[in-house]
Design a protein around this ligand. Structure first.
Ligand SMILES: C[S@@+](CC[C@H](N)C(=O)[O-])C[C@H]1O[C@@H](n2cnc3c(N)ncnc32)[C@H](O)[C@@H]1O
Length: 231
């Protein structure tokens, strides 16, 4: 692998670990609601697809308690998948890690899953890309299958520019555990790569596809989790 993306990944990865350790993006609450959704699933969950799995560190722990048979992770970073292979060692299941764009890998797959999970990855797609991947997720779930989507979202009427000002202002004021240069790095990443959808739009798209949708009850206006069940 070209060393530059690997270095960029490890820089970002260290900052992301600090964000998780400080719970700035509510990973703790979402892990709680993930475990609750897994425990309340209509059918037991044996197969899992993780879209934009990153290092899979948190989902590996959430899944370890329910005894799954197969885990598949998609990510476009080779370095992330190498980390995922390490953290998934706690999971006694068959594992597959596929390198590439999750939307393309999913579209060309002929497998179906009991749970499709995605944490902080779908906001990188355009709104059209988000609608398409939600339809593909629906098509690749078993009956009554679950789709758990954790992500950054905008409020109704909030433009992307207004969102970015609000989100980056929040980082500057409320994320003291990051150094200024680390805050700058996240701000640059947000400007370049983040296209969060409006939460109500995501719920409307999911409902029109056929999902029943619930929102995890967190008191936060940027970080959200949608719990969707295939009808
Ligand atoms: C913020 S990290 C989240 C990682 C992990 N899901 C978590 O919550 O800790 C976003 C991940 O999505 C991956 N990603 C972004 N766009 C992607 C795409 N189109 N296809 C596959 N992976 C993607 C990135 O490489 C990165 O590993």
């Amino acid at each position: 692998m070209n060393p530059l993306p690997a270095i960029l990944f490890s820089d970002n990865w260290n900052v992301y670990q600090k964000i998780i350790a400080n719970n700035y993006m509510l990973h703790k609450e979402f892990s709680h609601y993930t475990r609750e959704a897994l425990a309340n699933a209509v059918h037991s969950i044996k197969s899992v697809l993780d879209l934009g799995c990153g290092d899979a560190q948190l989902i590996a722990k959430d899944l370890a308690s329910i005894g799954i048979e197969a885990y598949t992770g998609y990510d476009l970073s080779e370095a992330a998948l190498a980390q995922a292979a390490h953290f998934l060692q706690v999971l006694p299941a068959q594992k597959k890690l596929n390198l590439g764009r999750m939307e393309q890998l999913l579209q060309s797959s002929n497998e179906n899953w009991d749970l499709i999970y995605s944490s902080y990855a779908i906001h990188h797609l355009s709104d059209e890309g988000k609608r398409e991947i939600m339809q593909d997720i629906y098509n690749h779930l078993h009956p009554n299958g679950l789709f758990l989507m954790i992500d950054v979202m905008r409020k109704k009427g909030q433009s992307r520019v207004a969102y970015m000002e609000y989100y980056i202002g929040g980082i500057r004021n409320n994320w003291p555990g990051l150094e200024i240069r680390e805050q700058d790095m996240i701000a640059n990443h947000i400007h370049e790569y983040d296209f969060p959808a409006i939460d109500e739009d995501l719920i409307d798209w999911a409902t029109s596809i056929g999902f029943s949708v619930q929102k995890a009850p967190v008191q936060d206006d940027r970080h959200q989790m949608l719990i969707m069940q295939k009808g």
